[in-house]
Design a protein around this ligand. Structure first.
Ligand code: GDP
Length: 444
């Protein structure tokens, strides 16, 4: 996950203050030096670092902070507020057209993640607004781009307008727009071509598409892994084409995160979404305050809750709760539970959104391994229906049979059954509102 190093460094800079009873101006200065280095190391733009540290220092040395009862906490609060400001203060939603369709054009360099984002955005609009989007395949230079968009369209049951690779993209967009008007689609998402670098021909083509499509939104898609380059690209696109928002992709990668922290200040364009993986659901609406608290290691409960709501099948969750209340949680439910968990992404990323959890020892090893889930499912599928419903039937000879049937050892079967029983016990406790005995909870 991005920002890992930065979070550690910022936390350690601020932790030193917490240990002191009284904080002096010199202490603040020392902390600011460490914060400045941490930001520079995270590849944050120099100008942005200067502005940020100046603002924090000015506020932090004010007498109402240093003389307060909890100066260290006040300073953490100031750092959080200034970081939020650097990231854009408020979440900025999509610009909507007064009359349908709202037209959104994706632009950016090749490989930034435009096509993938077009699919993610369509998915997001369908899920959250019950929208009926159409996508236009305007990237005629990378032949695979059209197929990629069509595959995404099929997965989402979203129409994709394309005219192959031999037609001028401006003409494709003109005809696509016409069709969207006829079919009364409420959103038109236009995928455009990228290049390896910003060049004149590309900009001219995008300008022509812009003239024809009159988009409500030009979203620049940038790859967080490219660091300061992403910021330079954003500046050129903004100067030459004018962008209304930025999408930062690949924040799930091991990026230092400087681009995400700099782009708003440098371009003035708000970050609207972030990409956090290759799957269609790996998209987050960008909230500066939540991102700031995540960067500072203070967790992000709101995003976690939204993610759980989106990924979790509500009816299944309700059934599961009912079963817990009635104490009939069985192996069939165990499988459902594992499937739902594996849909939510890595356990490490989930846990880090919980305040205080990023410092829990061993968190980096908490991975949901899809192969492990498949293995456990194979064991459950090797049980008879009666065994699945009544785990007490599983005597040693039945366990041996299940091991042989699923291609595992008896030790592994025993381990899985033990895990099932622990999971059942934990869920019963949670359903009774007793969180005390759940591992890890005592630290919160
Ligand atoms: P385009 O050339 O701008 O259309 O880029 P693509 O949409 O084809 O994306 C390039 C590569 O980046 C593909 O392999 C995508 O799966 C991958 N990708 C896109 N967004 C993300 C993201 O948020 N996280 C990760 N890990 N990979 C991404």
């Amino acid at each position: 996950m991005a920002f890992e190093n930065l979070t550690d460094r910022l936390q350690s800079a601020m932790k030193k203050l917490r240990k002191k009873g009284k904080i002096s101006e010199a202490d603040v200065k020392e902390m600011m030096r460490e914060i400045r280095l941490a930001l520079l190391e995270a590849d944050v733009n120099l100008q942005v670092v200067k502005e940020f540290t100046k603002n924090v220092r000015e506020r932090a040395v004010g007498s109402e902070v240093l003389d307060s009862l909890s100066p260290a906490q006040q300073i953490v609060k100031i750092v959080n507020e200034e970081l939020t400001k650097t990231l854009g203060s408020e979440a900025v939603g999509l610009n909507k057209a007064p009359k349908i369709p709202t037209v959104i054009m994706m632009v950016g360099l090749q490989g930034a993640g435009k096509t993938t984002f077009a699919g993610k955005l369509a998915n997001h609009l369908i899920k959250n607004e019950d929208a009926r989007p159409m996508m236009i395949a305007g990237d005629v230079y990378r032949p695979a781009a059209i197929d990629q968009l069509k595959v995404l369209g099929q997965q989402l049951s979203v129409p994709v307008f394309d005219m192959g690779t031999d037609t001028d993209p401006v003409e494709i967009v003109r005809q696509g727009m016409q069709q969207a008007h006829e079919k009364k689609n409420d959103y038109v998402l236009i995928d455009t071509a990228g290049r390896l670098h910003v060049d004149e021909t590309l900009m001219q083509e995008l300008q022509n598409i812009k003239d024809v499509a009159q988009p409500n939104e030009i979203l620049l898609v940038v790859d967080a892994m490219t660091g300061q380059d992403a910021v330079n690209v954003a500046e050129s696109f903004n100067e030459q084409l004018g962008i209304s928002g930025v999408v930062i992709t690949k924040l799930d990668g091991d990026t230092r995160g400087g681009a995400a922290l700099s782009i708003r200040s440098v371009t003035g364009a708000p970050i609207k979404f972030t990409g956090t993986g290759e799957k269609l659901s790996d998209l987050e609406v960008f909230h500066p305050d939540r991102m700031s608290s995540r960067i500072l290691g203070m967790g992000d409960m709101l995003t976690l809750i939204e993610k759980a709501q989106q990924d979790y099948d509500e009816q299944k969750a309700e059934e599961m709760a009912e079963k817990m209340r009635e104490n009939t949680f069985d192996f069939n439910d165990f499988i459902d539970q594992m499937d739902q968990l594996s849909g939510m992404g890595s356990m490490e990323d989930i846990m880090k959104m919980i305040p205080g959890m990023n410092q829990m020892p061993g968190i980096e090893n908490m991975q949901i391994d899809p192969k492990d889930i498949e293995r456990k499912k194979a064991m459950v599928y090797s049980m008879t229906p009666a065994e699945r419903e009544d785990p007490d039937l599983l005597n040693p000879s039945r366990r041996r049979r299940i091991a042989a049937g699923s291609g595992n050892s008896t030790i592994e079967v025993n381990r899985m059954i033990k895990q099932f029983k622990e999971s059942r016990k934990m869920m019963q406790q949670m359903s009774k509102g007793n969180m005390d005995n759940i591992p890890g909870m005592e630290q919160m």
